[in-house]
Design a protein around this ligand. Structure first.
Ligand SMILES: Cc1cc2nc3c(=O)[nH]c(=O)nc-3n(C[C@H](O)[C@H](O)[C@H](O)COP(=O)(O)OP(=O)(O)OC[C@H]3O[C@@H](n4cnc5c(N)ncnc54)[C@H](O)[C@@H]3O)c2cc1C
Length: 436
C-alpha cells in the first residue's frame, strides 16, 4: 500500500467517529497511524447515557431501528459489542398521541378515528398508490445516481402527498416506538422520507440497548483505546501543502488526512473557507434541540408520545417527543425543538411542565431537579429548495474531500445511530481506497 505510514486524524468520537476508526483499522490495521480527538472526557457523543438509581437513561439517542433481515456493518458492530438488545414494545405499554387538543390512547384508536372520516378515507385511498409509486421512483433514482443525496431527495413530501398523509404515515411509524415531527420547516420532509416513509420500516424492529447506547461505542473503541485523545478540543484546521495541521487546545500536529465527523456547520467552522465555500456552507442549518430529564407524576400507562406542538399558549417550541424508558420508573426524557435556542433552562423547564400538565395532566414532580441537555448541532439539514438546486452536488465538487479533509457528519446522513454508523463506515472506506 505505502512506504511511510500515513497519519489520519478523526475529529469526534460519536457513532460516526467510532465507525470511521473501525473502518480504517479493519482495512489498514497498523499500516496507518490513527489519532481520534474528542473534546469530552467520554466517548459516544450524542449517545449519552446517564445512570440514576442503578438504571440507564438515554439523554440523547434511545431506540435503535433495526432489521433482522439484513445485517449491515452497524448490526455486525452491535454483535461485536455484545450489547443486550430489548424489544422496545415488549412490555406492551400504551403509546399516546396528542393531536389538536385531544389525547388518543393508542395509535390504533387515532388511526381508526382518522380513517372513518369519509373525507380522510378518500384521501387515504388516493394517496397510498401515489405514495407507492413515488417510493419506487425514489429508489430507482437513488440507484441510478449512486449518491446518498440524489436531487430526488428534494421532493417535498407535504407538497407531493399533502401534509395530512405525511402525518398519518409518520404516525403509523410511531407504533414502532419512534417518532418525530414531519414539519418540513424544521427538517426537510425528504429526510423523513428516508427514515419514516419507507415501507420497509414496517418490517423493522425497534430495540433498546439495555446497558445504554454509550456502551456500544465504549466496547467498540476498546481495540484502539490508546489512539483516542479525550478532553482534546480541535480548534482549527490549516491546509499546509499536502497535509493538514490540526490545532487543538493542547497543541498542533500534522496529518495526511482528516476525517471530520462533526455536524456540518460545526465542521465547516474549523477551517478558513474561501468566499465561494462560505456561500455553499452557509445554507446548512441545525435544530436547536434540548432534552429535559425530569420525574413526572400521572404518566403511568404511557410509554412514549408525540405532541404536535407545545400547548402552553406562549409557545416555546415546535415539536416534542417524550420518552418514558421504564414502565416502573417515573423519570422521563422530553425532547423539545426550541424556537429560540437562547431560551434559558428555567423557562424551558417551566414551559415543558406547563405543556405536560395542559396536554396530559402529568405533573413535573420537582422542577428544581429537572435537567436540561442542549444539542447545539443536532440534526443538520438543508431546505428542500437548496437540495433541489443541487447543493449536494456543489458540495461534492467544491468542498468534499478536498485538501485532505473528508466530511462525514450530520447533514450528510439522516441522524440515527444506524445511519450515522453505516454512512461513516462506508464513506471512509471509499475515500481511503482512492487515496492509499
Ligand atoms: C435527543 C436525541 C435523540 C435521539 N434519538 C435517537 C434514537 O432514538 N435513535 C437513533 O438511532 N438515533 C437517535 N439520535 C441520533 C443519534 O444520537 C445520532 O445519529 C448519533 O449520535 C450521531 O453520531 P455522530 O458521531 O455523527 O455525532 P455526535 O454523536 O455528535 O459526535 C460528534 C463528537 O464530536 C465531538 N466534538 C465536537 N466538537 C469537537 C471538537 N472541536 N474537537 C473534538 N471533538 C469534538 C463531540 O463531543 C462528539 O463526541 C438522537 C439524537 C438526539 C440528540
Amino acid at each position: 500500500m505505502m512506504g511511510i505510514k500515513k497519519r489520519i486524524a478523526i475529529i469526534g468520537s460519536g457513532a460516526s467517529g467510532i465507525a470511521a476508526a473501525r473502518s480504517i483499522s479493519h482495512i489498514y490495521g497498523d499500516q496507518v497511524d490513527l489519532t481520534l480527538f474528542e473534546k469530552n472526557d467520554y466517548i459516544g457523543g450524542k449517545s449519552r447515557t446517564t445512570m440514576i438509581d442503578g438504571r440507564n437513561y438515554e439523554l440523547g439517542s434511545g431506540l435503535i431501528i433495526s432489521s433482522p433481515l439484513k445485517k449491515t456493518v452497524f448490526h455486525k458492530a452491535l454483535d461485536e459489542a455484545n450489547v443486550t438488545l430489548e424489544n422496545a414494545r415488549k412490555d406492551k405499554r400504551g403509546i399516546v398521541y396528542y393531536s389538536g387538543g385531544k389525547v388518543y390512547k393508542s395509535p390504533d384508536e387515532y388511526n381508526v378515528k382518522a380513517l372513518f372520516s369519509t373525507k380522510r378515507l378518500f384521501r387515504y385511498v388516493r394517496d397510498v398508490p401515489i405514495f407507492v409509486f413515488r417510493q419506487l421512483q425514489f429508489d430507482l433514482m437513488i440507484k441510478l445516481n449512486r449518491h446518498p443525496h440524489s436531487r430526488y431527495f428534494a421532493m417535498p413530501l407535504d407538497k407531493n402527498y399533502g401534509l395530512w398523509f405525511v402525518n398519518r404515515f409518520a404516525f403509523g411509524m410511531q407504533g414502532f416506538g419512534y417518532a418525530d415531527t414531519s414539519d418540513s420547516k424544521l427538517c426537510p420532509a425528504t429526510y423523513y422520507y428516508h427514515q419514516y416513509f419507507d415501507f420497509r420500516m414496517l418490517f423493522k424492529l425497534s430495540v433498546i440497548v439495555k446497558e445504554g447506547t454509550q456502551t456500544i461505542w465504549e466496547r467498540l473503541a476498546a481495540e484502539f483505546k490508546e489512539d483516542i485523545s479525550l478532553g482534546t478540543t480541535v480548534t482549527s484546521l490549516e491546509k499546509q501543502g499536502s497535509q493538514v495541521l490540526v490545532n487543538t487546545d493542547k497543541g498542533s500536529e500534522k496529518f495526511d488526512y482528516v476525517i471530520n465527523t462533526l455536524a456540518l456547520p460545526t465542521a465547516f467552522a474549523l477551517s478558513t473557507l474561501s468566499q465561494s465555500e462560505e456561500e455553499i456552507t452557509k445554507h446548512v442549518k441545525c435544530n436547536p434541540y434540548v432534552t429535559v430529564m425530569a420525574e413526572l407524576a400521572n404518566m403511568n400507562n404511557i410509554g412514549s408520545f408525540n405532541m404536535d406542538t407545545i400547548t402552553a399558549s406562549n409557545r416555546l417550541g415546535e415539536a416534542m417527543f417524550v420518552y418514558k424508558r421504564y414502565a416502573d420508573s417515573a423519570i422521563c426524557t422530553i425532547n423539545v425543538v426550541l424556537k429560540d435556542e437562547n431560551t434559558d433552562d428555567e423557562t424551558i423547564i417551566d414551559h415543558t411542565a406547563a405543556s405536560l400538565e395542559e396536554g396530559f395532566g402529568a405533573t413535573m414532580v420537582d422542577k428544581k431537579s429537572a435537567q436540561v441537555v442542549r444539542w447545539k448541532d443536532y440534526f443538520s439539514y438543508l431546505e428542500g429548495e437548496q437540495i433541489s438546486d443541487g447543493w449536494f452536488e456543489e458540495f461534492e465538487n467544491e468542498i468534499q474531500a478536498k485538501h485532505g479533509i473528508l466530511y462525514i457528519g450530520s447533514g450528510l446522513h439522516f441522524e440515527s445511530l444506524e445511519q450515522s454508523y453505516n454512512y461513516s463506515y462506508k464513506r471512509v472506506k471509499d475515500f481511503l481506497a482512492k487515496q492509499l
